[in-house]
Design a protein around this ligand. Structure first.
Ligand code: ACM
Ligand code: ZN
Length: 785
């Protein structure tokens, strides 16, 4: 048999195209696209054609039969073919699956041999066969993942020989369903998609400060009280899974060979539980599920036995729901303030001989690990559990960095790597000024792909303690369910490859090429995946003589298209090929196009010719600003119309208008207010200036330059620009101290940043640049002093 490289296969395909139009492959279906990339693959000569008479040969094994049925029903959806599952051998036109315990592969490994006659798949287990069939699906055109019948496709499989097994046994993803609830259907959608990529662990984060999301029959208030929060704007967020729904999802995952790890958070991130049962706290206050993001001070009391009894009951109720051996008990971000002043917690420390509150947390986690052990389960905890010492059997999930994972593995504990810098998918994949708001930080897919789960600081004799790696999807900013798809895909596919494929076989450029095929598979599942957008210019560009706009995409796309006549761009629109130059007003509508012809969302950019706004001539001027304050709950600047009395004071700088900055563990509604800060800004030289701010509005010379009304004031997405002459210009900044969609604006420093169009970097407007009307002769200054 002649061995050919993938490159030669592409050439072969080109030849085939000229021989037979039916075999014409779209660009994204050319070559080998299996993801994660198999460990060993040889391309042979020939093609296997799947058709309505192909039979699925299965030995008499119940589990293999259900695996076969799983794939025949998928294949039927897209091809319309009703493949017969049989145990009769055939000479040709067959897909044969069988178990072979003799294979020198791990329990998830498989071999696949396809020829023009048929396909043989063998696994050491049914799970291995399942992965072999997933690989077979990935040898077919990407449209095989369609949920509806596709005509005019030749369902061909290249002849290959594959021997494959994963590098790591833990290839996971995590979903926080607490900050924003995620429905059963949406969870299933993730399971469906990720199983294609041989992901095998689902870490389900089901309890939090902001909501308790699993029915516990013995403690109904966990969901009736702890499952609902009413936010500061009156919006209500609720949702939980019944035990029946949990079973349904766990079974759905099992059908896809995905194990489900529940996470019950303790001792922190427990405010929803304390709201339902305040007796479980140190202070026994009146609580409600937390309505802002961040970390809560009130935690489970470590001094009360009733807390342990409660948690034991919860574990006992969920054990029948989650058959997998690993259970996650949280352990992260648990402030110690309450324990320090709680008599019961202090008594516990004395009687148990604990030196500090970290050891008290270890006591807590060890005691609960003991409960899990009674049920035959293993505990996983976030890396904070290391702080007061862990048992020999605890498993550590390293998230704050790799250090926790390194220390735990070197100490002989098993670890799962989930370091935020590489694997937290609540970071931006593109420009934060363009993408939907999220927690912050840039995480390009190439960085995810490049993650190596075994850091060099792990002793080579301990490397086997790294079970694998997983991504996390925290849901604070998942304001709509499908944003979880936008954040996870395609980056979670990079995790699939880095945990499956050996390090020396990885190749980012080839992975990037294969993504074009995988995106079509995701289309089949109606996934709202991230599509690289044309980046560079923000949404408003002022200019004086001419404007030059240059666009790039974070990852290659097929092309960028645009219009200049306000119509929506389509596949036939003008193709962007280099910087655009304008000398008059124009509205650009611009989008990316993927190889399959799918378009990104459309960006709209206003390009506006301006003349320099003249500076203001002021005789009496003094350093500083005036801020007007009105207390109350204001969610948008329109609400300010209802204010009829303001108090006024002088301040030295913009930042001084919010001296209450505080990463608040509690919200002090007494601070809710509006600040309207007015004065003048001294512009250093003639030019076009860009302004950026996380405050509600910024006005320059009575023009609204930044308008964040209706946005979460986390990162300015509404930078504006204005042509300004050197000298003084009116400045007005509106700041609303409120909580909007979980974001407390108290967390922002009041700041406006600016840059001249010829500079790259934004700088803050400093106290040296701001002035107010002067009334006192002694304050007399001029703008150029
Ligand atoms: C975490 O991100 N707090 C585990
Ligand atoms: Zn206590």
């Amino acid at each position: 048999m002649k061995i050919r490289s993938i490159f030669t296969l592409s050439l072969l395909l080109v030849v085939l195209v000229s021989c037979n139009e039916k075999h014409k492959l779209t660009s994204y279906n050319q070559g080998i696209n299996i993801t994660p990339k198999p460990q060993n693959l040889v391309v042979n000569e020939g093609m296997f054609s799947l058709d309505n008479t192909t039979s699925f040969i299965v030995t008499d094994n119940k589990e293999l039969k259900s695996v076969a049925n799983f794939f025949t029903s998928k294949i039927k959806q897209s091809t319309g073919y009703e493949l017969i599952v049989t145990n009769d051998n055939q000479d040709r036109n067959f897909i044969s699956i069988s178990l072979n315990p003799e294979l020198a592969l791990n329990e998830e490994g498989y071999t696949l041999e396809s020829t023009s006659e048929g396909v043989f798949i063998e696994g050491t287990t049914a799970k291995g066969v399942f992965y072999g069939l997933n690989t077979l699906m990935q040898l077919l055109p990407a449209e095989i993942e369609s949920q509806s019948k596709i005509d005019h496709i030749s369902w061909q499989i290249p002849a290959v020989s594959i021997t494959d097994e994963p590098r790591f046994p833990w290839r996971g993803f995590h979903l926080d369903v607490c900050r924003h609830f995620i429905s059963v259907d949406q969870v299933k959608k993730h399971l469906d998609l990720l199983s294609i990529f041989k992901i095998n662990k689902f870490h389900w984060h089901i309890t939090e400060d902001q909501g308790w999301r699993i029915e516990i029959k013995k403690y109904p208030k966990l969901t009736s009280v702890g499952g609902t929060r009413t936010e500061a704007d009156g919006s209500v967020h609720s949702g939980f899974y019944t035990q029946e729904q949990i079973k349904e999802v766990v079974a759905y995952a099992a059908e896809r060979y995905i194990d489900v790890i529940p996470e019950i958070e303790m001792p922190g991130h427990a405010l929803a539980a304390l709201s339902a049962y305040p007796n479980l706290s140190c202070n026994e206050g009146t609580y409600t599920p937390r309505i802002i993001w961040g970390v809560e001070t009130d935690v489970f009391c470590a001094g009360k036995d009733e807390v342990f009894a409660f948690l034991e009951d919860v574990i006992e109720e969920i054990v029948p729901l989650f058959p997998y051996q690993y259970y996650h008990l949280g352990g992260d971000e648990s402030p110690k303030e309450r324990w320090k002043t709680c008599n019961r917690c202090q008594t516990r420390m004395n009687t148990a001989g604990l030196h500090d509150e970290h050891e008290l947390q270890s006591y807590f986690m060890n005691r609960m690990e003991g409960v899990l052990k009674k049920h035959g389960k293993k505990m996983v905890g976030w890396d904070e559990i290391l702080e007061g010492g862990i048992s020999d059997t605890a498993n550590v999930m390293s998230w704050r960095g790799e250090e926790g994972g390194i220390a735990a593995a070197n100490a002989g504990n098993d670890v799962i790597m989930a370091p935020g810098a590489w694997l937290y998918l609540d970071k931006y994949e593109g420009d934060y000024k363009i993408d939907p708001v999220t927690i912050g930080g840039l995480l390009p897919i190439e960085k995810v792909y490049g993650y190596e789960p075994i850091p060099t600081d792990i002793d080579s004799s301990k490397a086997h303690h790294v079970l694998g790696a997983q991504t996390t999807m925290w849901s604070e900013y998942i304001y709509e369910e499908t944003l979880s798809e936008y954040r996870m895909y395609p980056r979670a596919i990079a995790l699939a490859e880095l945990t499956w494929t050996n390090k020396d076989k990885k190749d980012y450029k080839d992975f990037e090429r294969r993504l074009n095929n995988q995106m079509v598979r995701m289309d089949g599942h109606d996934i709202n995946y991230y599509i690289p957008l044309p980046e560079g210019p923000t949404s408003h560009i002022a200019f004086i003589d001419s404007a030059v706009l240059e666009f790039t995409t974070p990852r290659p796309v097929d092309r960028i298209v645009y219009t200049l006549n306000k119509s929506e761009p389509n596949l036939d629109s003008k193709v962007y090929s280099g910087p655009l130059v304008f000398d008059q007003d124009v509205t650009i509508k611009i989008a990316s196009v993927l190889p399959q012809g799918k378009m990104s969302k459309v960006r709209t950019i206003k390009v506006e010719k301006q003349t320099l706004s003249p500076s203001i001539d002021k005789e009496q001027i003094a350093p500083g600003l005036i801020t007007k304050t009105a207390y109350g709950k204001f969610l948008s600047t329109a609400d300010l119309n209802s204010i009829d009395s303001w108090t006024e004071k002088q301040i030295d700088s913009l930042g001084e208008a919010n001296r209450t900055l505080h990463w608040g563990f509690v919200i002090d509604e007494n601070r809710f207010r509006a600040e309207v800060i007015e004065g003048y800004i001294d512009i250093p030289e003639d030019g076009v200036y860009f302004f950026s701010s996380n405050q509600d509005q910024v006005w320059i010379d009575n023009a609204l330059v930044v308008n964040n009304d209706g946005y979460v004031k986390r990162f300015s997405q509404n930078d504006g620009s204005k042509a300004l002459a050197k000298g003084l210009h009116k400045l007005k900044v509106i700041y609303l101290n409120n909580v909007y969609r979980g974001w407390a604006s108290d967390w922002n420093t009041i700041e406006v940043k600016f840059r001249k169009s010829t500079h790259e970097e934004f700088k803050p407007i400093t106290s040296e640049m701001v002035y107010r009307d002067g009334t006192d002769k002694s304050e007399l200054l001029t703008s150029n002093q």
